[in-house]
Design a protein around this ligand. Structure first.
Ligand code: FAD
Length: 483
């Protein structure tokens, strides 16, 4: 799918063939004559788990916005996923049970605005993307580990990558010349270290200690016992354990339980089901007694969300850019990582129209603009509801904002318009900012006021009823008082 500026640059290398690396390769293929994706892991020919992406054993939600962005990068992807059996949710609220910060949203009505979401397993989505990248003429996916990029101090640019030696090349690392290196190596990126070695500053790191622990079990259950396709019960201020449950393309279900603030989730399927019993409405528990576990549970720890602030650096070498989780990795329980990567792919496409020396700065600026609203909203939620800590001082307005949002979610439990607004923003549709417009704030306030007045009236009625009963039966009432 070459564009008008097609292939004016010679060779781009991508470190890492996971979701971010594949998105980057797709975009670069339109501007570089050759793109090579170097992936150290064995890449399966079918949708299967991978050793170096341990998170792929755990629940992965694809946000509705992410699905749209992936489709624009890889046209035909969504149709192919549906043809392969990936569940699709259209304006069907009965497909979703969404508990956020202790509030179960009132999504039990037909949504007014168009809403389509897809539920592929993480291995399936990655496999679909990989297939498409593999089929791109000028892209090669090569199973090699990148030792490091090579930097030329005279030109102040990265000029290629050194590949780790393989058993067949006599133990020597191999050098491959490039015009651009994309670091899509994930959270474990070594770019900050390399920058320092080349005489640049390391990027500042914004981090939030969230101490998340995942425990996941796949299972099967007879068709039709659970009609919801997406089930979320997030952690709240008073409950540090939460869960998510999805039905994937092959009818397999995944149940991920998690703890925030270093609270450990259950370790066995029986304990996970006991937690589901506690957090979900009764019809789920009844159905889950018929669930048959598949394989063993998987565990994963995610100590901190991290945003490496490349956008704040004054100097940056040409010939290299950071991409995907290597820049920002978000609280995984919010399910935003892949969608944020898909947005970054759009930034990369636009940034490629700038001069080589400007590419990294343009991309970092655009990435920061879309990262900021999502990062801040997560941080406010994590500090308010999940007992998260930060290294520096926490801005004074985070907790009050979180408390106000708690009020909003309370109203969204019984007002479907508010619930729909939240569901769309949670899915990163319409805007990345989780800031309700005045119309929605007014509605939430009026709704909460009505609820409060209703409760007061009910309390007054209850008092009145008790008083009448006491007057009618003084003996009983007298006994009651003595107890
Ligand atoms: C527990 C958990 C749950 C999550 N849940 C969700 C969710 O529900 N929804 C969502 O959207 N996102 C979720 N995410 C985030 C999502 O997984 C990532 O955002 C997404 O995978 C993009 O990551 P990436 O490609 O940048 O890095 P990764 O997926 O970490 O991939 C990095 C790749 O680089 C390769 N690599 C590393 N170093 C080298 C090297 N030197 N040479 C060659 N190859 C190398 C690795 O082998 C790997 O394949 C979750 C993350 C975690 C940890």
């Amino acid at each position: 799918m070459p564009d008008t500026k097609a292939n004016t640059r010679e060779h781009a290398a991508v470190i890492g063939g996971s979701v971010a690396g594949l998105c980057a390769a797709r975009v670069l293929a339109d501007s570089y004559a050759r793109v090579t994706v170097y992936e150290r892991d064995d890449l399966p020919a079918t949708p299967s788990n991978r050793a170096t992406v341990p998170q792929d054993r755990h629940l992965h939600m694809l946000m509705a916005r992410g699905a749209m962005e992936f489709e624009s990068l890889f046209p035909g992807l969504l149709d192919d996923m549906v043809a392969a059996g990936v569940p699709m949710l259209e304006n069907r609220p009965d497909c979703i049970h969404l508990g956020a910060a202790g509030h179960v949203l009132g999504t039990g009505h037909t949504l007014r605005d168009e809403f389509t979401a897809y539920v592929p397993s993480r291995p399936h989505l990655e496999w679909q993307l990989r297939k498409r990248v593999r089929d791109t003429d000028n892209v090669a996916i090569v199973r090699r580990s990148v030792a490091e990029p090579r930097y030329d101090p005279a030109r102040r640019r990265v000029t290629g990558v050194l590949l780790d030696a393989t058993g067949t090349d006599g133990g020597e690392p191999e050098f491959v010349a490039t015009d651009l290196v994309v670091d899509a190596a994930g959270r474990g990126t070594r770019l900050p270290v390399w920058l320092e070695q080349w005489g640049y500053e390391r990027p500042r790191e914004d981090a939030l200690d969230i101490g998340i622990h995942y425990a996941t079990q796949q299972f099967r259950i007879a068709d039709g016992l659970i009609t919801e396709k997406v089930v979320v019960a997030g952690a709240s201020h008073d409950k540090s354990l939460g869960l998510g449950m999805l039905c994937y393309e092959d009818g397999t279900w995944v149940l991920t339980t998690f703890g925030v603030a270093n609270v450990k989730p259950p370790r066995t399927f029986a304990e996970m089901l006991a937690l589901a019993d506690e957090l979900l409405p009764a019809h789920f528990s009844t159905a889950l007694t018929r669930a048959e576990p598949l394989g063993e549970p998987a565990f994963h720890a995610f100590p901190a969300s991290r945003w490496r602030r490349y956008d704040k650096l004054d100097r940056f070498p040409a010939g290299i850019i950071p991409f995907g989780d290597a820049v920002a990795s978000f609280n995984p329980t919010f399910g935003q990582g892949m969608t944020m990567t898909s947005l970054q792919a759009g930034h990369l496409r636009r940034a490629l129209s700038s001069r080589d020396e400007q590419l990294a700065a343009e991309l970092s600026r655009a990435t920061a603009k879309t990262t900021f609203p999502v990062w801040i909203m997560n941080a406010i939620g994590d500090v308010t509801f999940h007992h998260a800590g930060a290294k520096g001082p926490i801005p004074w307005w985070w907790r009050p904002s979180g408390a106000l949002f708690d009020q909003f979610l309370g109203a969204a439990e019984t007002d479907p318009v508010l619930a729909e607004w939240f569901l769309r923003r949670f899915s990163l549709l319409d805007s990345l900012y989780m800031i309700p417009p005045p119309r929605i704030i007014g509605r939430a306030m009026a709704h909460n006021l009505r609820l409060w007045l209703g409760e007061r009236r009910q309390a007054a009625r209850d008092r009145h009823t008790v008083a009448i009963a006491s007057a009618a039966e003084p003996g009983d009432a007298g006994r009651h008082h003595r107890v």
